[in-house]
Design a protein around this ligand. Sequence first.
Ligand code: GRF
Length: 198
Amino acid sequence: MLKDPARIAVMVSGGGTNLQALIDAEKKGVLRSGLIELVISDNPEAYAMERARENGIEAVFTKDENEMISLLEDHGIELVVLAGFLKILSPDFIRRYPERIINIHPSLIPSFCGKGAYGLHVHEKALAYGVKVTGATVHFVNEIPDGGRIIAQKAVAVEENDTPETLQRRVMEQAEWKLLPAACEKVSAKIRRERMGK
Ligand code: GRF
């Protein structure tokens, strides 16, 4: 970990496999310009909270967006990572963090995104359409759901007998869990450079 790493908060709603990928990336030195200081969940049962606690990271449950903002400000958060976070954030929240909120989406945006396209539904849509290639996208978050500037994408093959579950797993393993740590490192390094006036 570099000196004075960018202060990261990860927002979650579910199993937290993307959070786990970020935690593992910190341990492996893949994520070295940013440090996860806080995990916020809008779901008290999210296993992601357990993953945070197991790794000594402060984990807070709240559904209240104003409380989320206070938590981020109290912790001096510089980068907000949405990792399986299902709540749509308000324009006011988003405006507070221009180009400092990133999201991982389990398809190659602009395919299979926008309203109702989250979690397993994304893979159901991909299989229903019959695409031969899908993947994941990391993008900045703006007021349009899944509409912000794309940071990175990675393609993943759809296989003959895929179910939504088998496809989701492959997209996670081959794309999401690689893209998100790399994107966090890239944006965290930029934050550190900007702090040093470079
Ligand atoms: C997954 O569908 C993932 O593609 C999306 O959110 C869901 C849960 O991810 N980003 P996680 O296991 O909670 O990180």
